[in-house]
Design a protein around this ligand. Sequence first.
Ligand SMILES: Nc1ncnc2c1ncn2[C@@H]1O[C@H](COP(=O)(O)OP(=O)(O)OP(=O)(O)O)[C@@H](O)[C@H]1O
Ligand SMILES: [Mg+2]
Length: 278
Amino acid sequence: MNRPHLTVEHITRQFQIDGEPLVALDDINLDIAEGEFVTIVGASGCGKSTLLRLFAGLDVATSGTIRHAGEAVNEPSLDRGIVFQEPRLFPWLTVEKNVSLGLLNSRLPKAQKSELVRDHLELVGLSRFANVYPYQLSGGMAQRAGIARGLVSRPNVLLLDEPFGALDAITKAHLQDELEEIWAKENITMVMVTHDVEEAVYLGDRVVVMSPRPGRIREIIPVRLARPRRRTSSEIASARDRVLKSLHATGENTQSQAKGSKPSDDGGRTERTVALAR
Ligand SMILES: Nc1ncnc2c1ncn2[C@@H]1O[C@H](COP(=O)(O)OP(=O)(O)OP(=O)(O)O)[C@@H](O)[C@H]1O
Ligand SMILES: [Mg+2]
């Protein structure tokens, strides 16, 4: 795997709820390599979206640092696209205009922006629907428009927060494959939060398992399977079982063992953490 590209060092995020402090993320450490596909799973409320928002620069950590290509992340950047669980399309704008919002802060000439929008509508198979309004789209098409908006600025990182959570199984499988194709073709680093363990192991090079209250990394599980993967293969099933076991494990978090780890060099550590989680 390539050199680390996104680095998370000792990230903590504390909120105030009802005047009481709430530690949403506690000492998170993670290195993500350029071009890697990392998936993040964990119980509701364990801080997955909070972590993704920090990656995006939409929120600021209470302590710790996130770096993207060596630069501290403090604000949103065209280099990091984000796709939310709901497509978040503006109903009064056409699909094309919604996608072009991903270029709002771009200084590119107008003609180049239009070309990028056209290219990305094509990439997600929505060329024919450029001039329609969101209410005229199916759920899967709307989510594709959200993906096109996340990709249109040609970011080198795409952050996805449960992008397929609301879709039926068939549409979901289809979009997972499309996303994997885009990832392979465009060489983008993908960080995807998901509730769906099958999805996490089907798409991820590594699966980050988080534990709740406070949100910590319990374990990082590598999925060393060639692509394209077969959903029904026994290897996928055993990777899924491993993640499920970790998710349901109680007891100590093992984040301390993930500290300073290289994305390409996690084998021994992960074996140890799996043993602890069992
Ligand atoms: N802006 C905020 N103000 C106060 N508390 C917040 C804020 N954002 C998140 N939290 C708290 O941080 C914790 C983690 O929330 P987060 O949305 O990151 O969880 P999650 O893992 O994404 O959950 P889900 O799987 O349900 O989406 C929760 O306890 C939540 O109440
Ligand atoms: Mg969330």
